[in-house]
Design a protein around this ligand. Structure first.
Ligand code: IVH
Length: 690
C-alpha cells in the first residue's frame, strides 16, 4: 500500500470509528456489531503500526492510552473556571430568584434546570475542531493537564462534527453551528453506576479494597499517570457549558448551548427543564429528584441557570461564584445512629478492615446494623470513638459507611479506638500494603502470617466459592469446622478428605458429607482460569484470570512465564504480573501447585486462543495493481494480511507477487522488468485457499 492509499484508508477508518463511537457511547444506539467494530479498530491499529505518521491527534487509537507520563503539566484555563453557590433549602432558591429579578428589574428572567452530575469538573479545549488540551479545574485559573487520560473516554469527541460544510456555507464566523477557532467546553467526568459496580466487583474478586464511591474513584482515575490504566476504567463525560470562545457566533441561551453542544458531538445532560418562576423551578427540582435514580450516573443535586447568556454577563460574578446560577443539593441518604463497637475483620489476603457495629437504623429502604470504616487512616481522619453518635451514608448506593461524627452529642464517655498492632486473629505482626499509584492500597494494614486462621479460612472459602471452583457446601460454616478440626490447612487438603473424617464433624450427616465430597471431586475438572482465580493471588480477579486463560494453554505455562511475559499479557499490568511472580516465588505455593497436580486437577485452559499461527503468506510481499474482477483492493489487502502476508504500494526486488487486474499500468511493466511473479485474481484466490 502506498502512503497515499494508507492515508486515504486511515481517514476513512477514523471517520467510520468516530461515527460508531458517537452512536454507541453518546447516543447509546450502536449500528454495527462489536465484532465488526473490533475489526475496523484492528485495521486502524495495524495501519498505524505500518505507517506510524498516520496516528493523527484525532485518531481513535489514542483511546487505548499512550505512554505513561512522569507528571501532569499545569494548564491555564483560557477563561476562569468557577463553581456555583450551593443550597439545600427551597427558601434560598426563592431568595435567589428574587435577587436576580431585583438586579434585572426590566427583564423576565427564564431559567434552566439540569441534573448536577456527581463527577469531576473538566475543561476541554478544541482548536480548529480538534481536541487539543484537557485539564481539571484545579484552582480555577489553572489545572492539571490530563489530555491523554481524557482521550481514553470514548464519548469524548476527538474531533467536532458537521461543521466544515456549515463553515463554508456561512463563512464560519457567523454561524452558531460553525466551529470556533478555539473553544473551551466544560463538563463533568464520571463513572456510570454500572461501570463503578464492575470495577468494584473485579476489585473484590482480586482481594483489593473496594472503592468507596464513584466520584472519588473518577477523580483518582483521572490522576493516574498511565493512560492505559485510565482506559480500563471506562469513564464517561457530560458537557453542559463553555469557557472562552474565539470565533463563530456562540449561542445566546443555555437551551441553545445544550443543542449546539449536542450537534457538535458531545454528550449533554439527560434531561433539562425550562422554567419561568421560582415555583416552576422547585417543581422541576422535585421532578428531577423523583427520576434521577434511573439515570446511568449519580446526581447529587439540580443546577439552576439563567437561560439568557447576555443577561448572565450583565449580572457578573461575586468573588466566589457567578450571580446567574445556583446548585440545589439533595440531602444524601444519611442517618444518625450510635456506634457501639469497632471490630476488625481479617480477609483472605490478610487485609484488616474495621467494621462499625451500630444501633440498628433504617436507611434508604433497609435496616443497617454495620457500616465500614474502610481503614485505620479513615478512623483517624474522622476521629471516630466507640459510643459516638455518627452519621452513616450509603456510598455509591452499595456499602453503608460512616461519614461523620456528631461531636456536639459527645458525652465524654466515648472511647478512642486503637487500631491493633497485631492481627486480632493470630497475634502476628501487621504491615502496610505496597502503595499502588492513585489508590488507597497504602492505607491497608495486612496480617503478615500466611498461616493466620482467618486467612486460611478465607482462602478456602474463596476457592470453593461459586465464581471460583464452585464447590457446593464449601461455605463459611463448614470451612471454619474443617480448619478448626485440623483436617484442612490449604485448598489441596480438600482433595484428601475422607468420608468418615467429614461425617464425624459436628452437625454433619453422612449425606451432606457425601454431597460435599462429590462437589470437591467435580471441581477437579474445572477450567484453568477458575484455578488461577481460586488461588486467591492478590490483584488477580476473575476478569484477569479469564484473560490469562485466553493467553496461556495451561497452568505450567502461566507460572513458567516471567514477569516480562506476564506483563505483555492482555489485561495484566505491572502490579498483577509482579503479584503472580511473587506468589509463585514462594516455595510453599509451588508445593501447593504440585499437590493440586497430584490430586489430578485439570490445569488445561479451555479458553486458550493460540496467537494466529504464521499464515501461508508469512514473509511474502504482494503488490496490487489494476482493477481486480471480483474484489476491491481493500478486500484483497484484508485477505493477504489475514493469511500473514504484507501488501506494498510499489514493486521492488523484494516483491514476491504482483496481483494484476485490468488496466494494470507501470507496476506491471516494472514487475516484468524485475522478473517478479505476476498472477491474476484467479491464481491469487487459488493461493488463498492453499
Ligand atoms: S454549571 C460556574 N451544570 O457542580 C460553574 N455544573 O457549581 C458553572 N456540575 O463545580 C457550572 N453538573 O463541576 C453546571 N449540569 C451542570 C453540572 C455542574 C455538575 C458541577 C460543576 C460545578 C458544580 C456546580
Amino acid at each position: 500500500m502506498t502512503l497515499a492509499e494508507a492515508k486515504n484508508r486511515h481517514a476513512t477508518l477514523v471517520e467510520e470509528i468516530r461515527k460508531h463511537d458517537h452512536a454507541y457511547y453518546v447516543e447509546a444506539k450502536p449500528v454495527i456489531s462489536d465484532f465488526d467494530y473490533d475489526r475496523l479498530y484492528r485495521e486502524l491499529l495495524d495501519l498505524e503500526k505500518q505507517f506510524p505518521d498516520l496516528a493523527t491527534p484525532d485518531s481513535p487509537s489514542h483511546r487505548v492510552g499512550g505512554t505513561p507520563l512522569d507528571k501532569f503539566k499545569p494548564v491555564r484555563h483560557l477563561a476562569p473556571m468557577m463553581s456555583l453557590d450551593n443550597t439545600y433549602s427551597q427558601e434560598e432558591v426563592r431568595q435567589f430568584v428574587a435577587r436576580v429579578q431585583k438586579l434585572l428589574p426590566h427583564e423576565k428572567p427564564e431559567w434552566v434546570v439540569e441534573p448536577k452530575v456527581d463527577g469531576v469538573a473538566i475543561n476541554l479545549r478544541y482548536e480548529e475542531g480538534l481536541f487539543t488540551v484537557g485539564a481539571t479545574r484545579g484552582d480555577g485559573t489553572a489545572g492539571d493537564g490530563i489530555t491523554a487520560n481524557l482521550k481514553t473516554i470514548r464519548s469524548l469527541p476527538l474531533k467536532l462534527v458537521g461543521t466544515r460544510a456549515m463553515a463554508s456555507r456561512s463563512r464560519s464566523e457567523d454561524a452558531i453551528e460553525g466551529i470556533p477557532r478555539v473553544m473551551e467546553v466544560r463538563g463533568e467526568v464520571y463513572f456510570t453506576k454500572e461501570s463503578f459496580a464492575k470495577v468494584n466487583a473485579e476489585r473484590k474478586s482480586a482481594g483489593e479494597e473496594l472503592f468507596a464511591n464513584p466520584r472519588n474513584t473518577a477523580a483518582g482515575s483521572l490522576k493516574q499517570l498511565d493512560p492505559k490504566l485510565v482506559a480500563k476504567r471506562r469513564l464517561d463525560i457530560i458537557l453542559y457549558g463553555t469557557g472562552h470562545i474565539d470565533g463563530g457566533k456562540p449561542p445566546q441561551t443555555q437551551i441553545e448551548l445544550l443543542h449546539w453542544l449536542k450537534s457538535l458531538g458531545f454528550k449533554t445532560p439527560e434531561k433539562h427543564w425550562f422554567c419561568r418562576s421560582a415555583d416552576e423551578l422547585l417543581r422541576a427540582i422535585d421532578e428531577l429528584d423523583r427520576i434521577r435514580d434511573h439515570f446511568a450516573y449519580e446526581t447529587d443535586g439540580a443546577v439552576i441557570k439563567l437561560n439568557s447568556i447576555p443577561l448572565r454577563d450583565k449580572l457578573g460574578v461575586t468573588s466566589k461564584a457567578p450571580r446567574w446560577g445556583m446548585a440545589y443539593k439533595y440531602a444524601p441518604d444519611q442517618a444518625e445512629t450510635k456506634l457501639k463497637s469497632v471490630t476488625i475483620q481479617v480477609g483472605r489476603t490478610g487485609a484488616l478492615t474495621p467494621v462499625a457495629g451500630l444501633e440498628p437504623v433504617f436507611l434508604a429502604g433497609t435496616t443497617v446494623k454495620r457500616a465500614t470504616l474502610h481503614n485505620e487512616d479513615q478512623i483517624r481522619r474522622l476521629d471516630v470513638r466507640v459510643g459516638d453518635t455518627v452519621v452513616i451514608q450509603k456510598a455509591g448506593e452499595i456499602i453503608p459507611e460512616v461519614v461523620r461524627v456528631v461531636t456536639e452529642k459527645r458525652t465524654g464517655g466515648e472511647k478512642t479506638f486503637h487500631f491493633p498492632k497485631q492481627c486480632p486473629e493470630c497475634g502476628s505482626k501487621v504491615s502496610k500494603g505496597k502503595a499502588v499509584e492513585g489508590e488507597d492500597e497504602a492505607a491497608v494494614l495486612r496480617c503478615t502470617n500466611p498461616d493466620c486462621p482467618a486467612q486460611v479460612r478465607g482462602r478456602i472459602e474463596h476457592w470453593c466459592s461459586r465464581g471460583a471452583m464452585d464447590i457446593e457446601g464449601g461455605g463459611e460454616v463448614l470451612v471454619a469446622q474443617l480448619v478448626k478440626s485440623g483436617l484442612v490447612h490449604d485448598v489441596a487438603d480438600l482433595y484428601r478428605l475422607k468420608l468418615d473424617e467429614l461425617a464425624n464433624l459436628e452437625r454433619m450427616g453422612e449425606k451432606s458429607a457425601r454431597n460435599f465430597l462429590d462437589g470437591v471431586a467435580a471441581s477437579k475438572s474445572r477450567d484453568m482460569w477458575r484455578v488461577v482465580y481460586g488461588l486467591g493471588i492478590l490483584h488477580v480477579g476473575a476478569g484477569v484470570a479469564k484473560a490469562i486463560g485466553r493467553s496461556y494453554p495451561d497452568l505450567d505455562a502461566v507460572f513458567a512465564a516471567g514477569i516480562d511475559q506476564l506483563y505483555e499479557t492482555d489485561d495484566v499490568g505491572e502490579v498483577i504480573a509482579d503479584s503472580i511472580a511473587q506468589w509463585y516465588g514462594d516455595p510453599r505455593n509451588r508445593q501447593l501447585i504440585d499437590r493440586l497436580r497430584k490430586a489430578d486437577l485439570n490445569f488445561k485452559s479451555g479458553l486458550y486462543q493460540p496467537a494466529a499461527a504464521p499464515g501461508p503468506f508469512a514473509g511474502k510481499t504482494f503488490v496490487l495493481t489494476g482493477t481486480l474482477p471480483s474484489m476491491t483492493r481493500e478486500e484483497a489487502t484484508a485477505k493477504i494480511e489475514a493469511l500473514g502476508g504484507k501488501v506494498s504500494g510499489s514493486v521492488s526486488k523484494k516483491t514476491d507477487y504482483v496481483v494484476a487486474g485490468e488496466e494494470a499500468g507501470s507496476k506491471l511493466d516494472k514487475a516484468q522488468k524485475l522478473g517478479v511473479k505476476i498472477i491474476d485474481e484467479k491464481q491469487f484466490l487459488k493461493m488463498c485457499v492453499g
